[in-house]
Ligand binder design. Sequence first.
Ligand SMILES: CC(C)(COP(=O)(O)OP(=O)(O)OC[C@H]1O[C@@H](n2cnc3c(N)ncnc32)[C@H](O)[C@@H]1OP(=O)(O)O)[C@@H](O)C(=O)NCCC(=O)NCCS
Length: 399
Amino acid sequence: MPRTARDVVFVDGVRTPFGKSGKGLYAQTRADDMVVRVIRELLRRNPGLPPERVDEVAIAATTQIGDQGLTIGRSAAILAGLPQSVPGYAVDRMCAGALTAVTTSGAGISFGAYDVVIAGGVEHMGRHPMGEGVDPNPRFLSEKLVDPSALVMGNTAENLHDRYPTITKERADAYAVRSQEKVAKAYADGKIQQDLVEMVVRSLEKGWGLATEDEPPRPGTTMESLAGLKTPFRAHGNVTPGNAAGLNDGATGALLAAEDVAAELGLDARMRLVDFSFAGVDPAVMGVGPVPATEKLFARQGISIDDIGIIEINEAFAVQVLAFLEHFGLSDDDARVNPWGGAIAVGHPLASSGVRLMMQLARQFAERPDVRYGLTTMCVGLGMGGTILWENTNYEGGK
Ligand SMILES: CC(C)(COP(=O)(O)OP(=O)(O)OC[C@H]1O[C@@H](n2cnc3c(N)ncnc32)[C@H](O)[C@@H]1OP(=O)(O)O)[C@@H](O)C(=O)NCCC(=O)NCCS
């Protein structure tokens, strides 16, 4: 039975505002309710899509217990009011969970098994602190399969500073300041708000409220304000709360469709999924993962960094972005990279972040018909990287 690969398009993406874990916006909010909010908003924003045409709901979470357990893709689909006929599943590739939900379900569209999918992720790091319930096999350490530092992400970032001695704390801090500035500007220009869905929240002290904006950004961050921050992962180290992403809560979701089905239903086709690649690296320097993942993809496509007009890279740590930039010969402030800032400012609720990169890339593509290709890329715990190559459907010539 012959099959033809179908083109897959990113139709739309939305997310809750991101919150600070602990006593932040979502202290009294369930993770699954955040996913429900995102799914319902995707349906509301795309009235041409009959809910029964959704063929799959793939939702990622790193900690899949409690309100992030119970096969979150399926449970959130039911809670969101999708017809019972719509199935769902859960995905885990730690920080690249939502990115993997998109590649896996998107590949299913290309294969012809689905027409339309919802793919996203959630992480409530307040309700589920990193590492909750994990039980690493003792062989990891007894057989020296991984360095002990590999299990704490901040330690891997310090290791990366060791591996790239040219990436100093000053460079990392300068990168972080720029990320904060870019997010502040994107907010002032109304860019980020376009894809936020407000969420009713409850606080034991303040009562009911509405989350409308990201909570983590710290506009006004300067080199001076970062200089004295503690280095919690190593005495006299380089990684601080200022040049790392924080501990955050949030959910994201994207609507993907076969390009012909999007046309049939009158849905937007904002960008085309061209290819994707994952790669493994030494878990002790997991932050370098986007480098081989991107190189692998470039080799398969016969393209180079010069063909890429916009790069949305997740900022788990400044050092990890700088290692990517250094590898590809890009300057620390290359205008193609995270034009609206990144996770250092806006937050990084682990498994949700991949789709945030995509929704920002899609919006930037719409403003940049001169750009043909863009990347979304991120590093992943236990030593991995994942990269997706996207084509701008608004492309009108140029790069
Ligand atoms: C780095 C980390 C340990 C900091 O946690 P924390 O101490 O709870 O962070 P806080 O937000 O309370 O910040 C700590 C201090 O730095 C200050 N700070 C943070 N960012 C700042 C900024 N941009 N400008 C000025 N001060 C800042 C805070 O005000 C706070 O000061 P205080 O101690 O006087 O109150 C935590 O964010 C972390 O683990 N990040 C990495 C997450 C991770 O690994 N993700 C996965 C990636 S693969």
